[in-house]
Design a protein around this ligand. Structure first.
Ligand SMILES: [Zn+2]
Length: 145
């Protein structure tokens, strides 16, 4: 991101947090050359992002659908939804760098996200998204946490 003061190409992020409305990441940046500080509101470019599913078909990335699935997994758990949205935005930023993302990568990303936050939510989400082949695989996952 260019410095608005001197147009230098490299700026570093000094602080990063979710915006009040929860749809973008608010960043404080500092120019590496003139040390000018400024704020940006960034949101991954997702409107063109395509998701490749297991069967090879592609569909548009659906934020609402994914968020709903995550919120269901988090149901009645002591989890900060703000934290969930913040992490999801970070994931979307990563996915949005390409034109297409594997549905598996999305599932795994969310599984990792929830693993850090809450065991129960993690198990709920993982059991739906990973579609464990058998009880053994599921047990192994449980042993990891
Ligand atoms: Zn500058």
């Amino acid at each position: 991101m260019k410095c608005p003061s001197c147009s230098f190409e490299n700026t570093k992020v000094v602080d990063s947090r979710i915006s009040d409305v929860g749809t973008s990441i608010r960043r404080r940046r500092e120019c590496e050359k003139c040390e000018f500080r400024f704020t940006t509101f960034e949101r991954a470019q997702l409107h063109n992002l395509m998701v490749r599913k297991k069967d090879g078909t592609v569909e548009h990335y659906n934020r609402e659908k994914l968020e709903r699935a995550i919120l269901i997994a988090c149901g009645k758990r002591p989890i900060s939804l703000e934290k969930v949205r913040e992490k999801l935005l970070e994931l979307e930023e990563k996915w949005g760098k390409g034109k297409e993302v594997d549905s598996r990568e999305i599932g795994e990303g969310v599984v990792d996200l929830l693993r850090d936050l809450d065991e129960i939510a993690f198990i709920r989400f993982a059991s739906v998204y990973r579609q464990f082949k058998d009880v053994e695989t599921f047990k192994k996952e449980l042993e990891k946490i």
